[in-house]
Ligand binder design. Structure first.
Ligand SMILES: [Fe+2]
Ligand SMILES: [Fe+2]
Length: 255
């Protein structure tokens, strides 16, 4: 007989206790994260070649190794749950296509680091408090690494912003990557999956709340640099679903 899924305040401490629908959803979320971690590791791997100077190359190498370590943590968690992580990762879409990037272009990678990698962190902030304890506990260290990645992303934006031509190039890529990131990184706004995750403590906030928290943080760092949120038409062009509260944040910093 299938065991009932645990409720939000109930913690699951071992793989054996994760069963039924709960386990299914858990594996789906872990799959999404291991997709992101492995793809990001590969992006930073390419950044070693694309970066303009040694200091940036060294950072890219460091970040690639850290993302690989994040993937390893999930790899082990999935293995403990009786899943085959190699088969899961083999099903992942191509990073370049998925995130709408040109990985031979350093600016694309800089925009990726500032935009997409940070969106991932906001998802991980949810998982840190996951009712699946082996996962939640392992995410503290991951988030520490991610702070450094974002610090570098913000620093790069500030450097580019000093030169109007570079800023314009950054903006152009941002206009393409950011709407795609909102669409892909956070999933659907409503729906039974969201409800299930909230009910069973696999997530602690709604998708709308997570997206808004992310955009408010982005806006803080963009403030004063001249970088603006992409125009609404860029979101509409790819059918990116947005809540009214999210539109308000976007519209507060547009040309
Ligand atoms: Fe990561
Ligand atoms: Fe990262």
């Amino acid at each position: 007989m299938a065991t009932a899924a645990p409720l939000a305040n109930e913690m699951i401490n071992t793989p054996a206790e994760a069963t039924g629908e709960y386990k299914e959803m858990l594996v789906r979320l872990l799959t999404r994260q291991i997709y992101a971690e492995t793809a990001t590791s590969e992006v930073f791997g390419k950044a070693i070649t694309a970066a303009p100077n040694w200091q940036e190359k060294e950072l890219a190498a460091e970040f690639a190794a850290e993302e690989a370590r994040h993937a390893r943590g999930l790899y082990d968690i999935l293995t403990d749950l009786g899943e085959d992580p190699e088969a899961i990762i083999a099903g992942r879409p191509d990073a370049e296509e998925y995130w709408s990037l040109d990985l031979s272009n350093w600016l694309d990678i800089a925009v990726f680091n500032f935009t997409v990698d940070r969106a991932g962190s906001h998802q991980i902030m949810e998982y840190r408090q996951s009712s699946y304890v082996p996962w939640g506990e392992s995410q503290e260290e991951v988030l520490e690494d991610e702070e450094d990645h974002y610090g570098n992303g913000v620093e790069n934006l500030k450097q580019f912003a000093k030169d109007p031509e570079q800023l314009a190039a950054f903006q152009k890529i941002f206009d393409r990557v950011m709407p795609n990131c909102i669409k892909r990184a956070f999933g659907r706004l409503e729906g039974p999956d969201n409800e299930f995750c909230l009910q069973h403590g696999l997530k602690r906030h709604t998708t709308e709340e997570i997206i808004n928290r992310y955009l408010e943080e982005m806006r803080e760092h963009m403030d004063g640099t001249g970088l603006m949120f992409p125009p609404m038409s860029a979101f509409e062009a790819i059918n990116c679903e947005l809540a009214d509260s999210t539109r308000e944040i976007l519209q507060s910093m547009q040309r």
